[in-house]
Design a binder for this molecule. Sequence first.
Ligand code: HMG
Ligand code: MG
Length: 296
Amino acid sequence: KWPEKVTVKEVGPRDGLQNEKVSIATEDKIEWINQLSEAGYDYIEISSFVHPKWIPQLKDAREVAKGITREKGITYAALVPNMKGLETALATNVDEISVFMSASESHNKNNINKSIEETYPVLEEVVKEAKVNNKRVRGYVSTVFGCPYEGDISLNQVLSVSNRLFDMGINELSLGDTIGVANPHQVDETLQFLNGKLDLSKIAMHFHNTQGMALANVLISLQHDIRIFDGSLGGLGGCPYAKGASGNLATDDLVHMLESMGIKTGIDQANLLEAASYIQDKLGKSLPSHQMHVNK
Ligand code: HMG
Ligand code: MG
């Protein structure tokens, strides 16, 4: 009934940090990512090459990408919104890039300052150029389960944006519950709708835990044969252009649930907690994950 193995992707250094007010020193981010590299992940999203005015915390993306120790077998990825971001990302030789847009018109506008229609040609060029440079590309669709400005988003709209991204040539698509409003029934219906229309083996789920429903949503996704999940260590995170988007699903809680169910992740839980304590100390505040509290 349950899979033997699941891939857990760490987005903490990007999604986790992007909304944090306390500025983390570049060398501390590098040390943290190096610790994450020891934990057994095969994918770490290390930063984003966006405008520093929009996301000040990640203005050192270039230094971070250049400063980390790259371990064999780990994909180090970064978010890229446009050609300017891609050029800088390519200069640092990150392994993979992520492009992102929203299924909601108003969230897209607030997040990347463009309408959905205006975004397609920008991302099309980015994906094309990334491919020319032999980079894999991950796509993200935000606000799949609800938008902070518009409320419900139609499944047809989610499908239409997803199809456009796959048509551009992305290798994988992460479906984002940006503000953490999804419930298991809705995830069930969404994946039932998408099954047969998208290749679900290329779909990752990206849950935020605003209402405490992220693990329940993972469980229902597993039943729809989803095998890739995003997490942010300790439950750090949120999108600054989506009110209420606090806290990604905590990777340590996700790995704990999966491993306790007998589903292998390849990730060492003791290493995770050490790395979580490290960033918790640097932020000077308690991280929300359950594992960080159980293992205090
Ligand atoms: P814009 O102002 O429309 O950009 O911002 P522009 O193209 O008009 O250029 C304006 C200025 O920005 C120019 O400089 C450009 O060079 C510069 P000037 O000529 O005025 O000196 N510029 C850049 N600088 C550095 N890096 C760049 C870049 N591009 C242009 N890449 C832009 C458009 C997309 C840049 C801006 O809106 C932006 O940076 N937004 C950031 C959004 C963001 O990072 N949001 C959070 C990530 S998404 C998320 O969290 C959701 C996710 O987790 C999934 C989920 O949970 O659902 C992925
Ligand atoms: Mg997110």
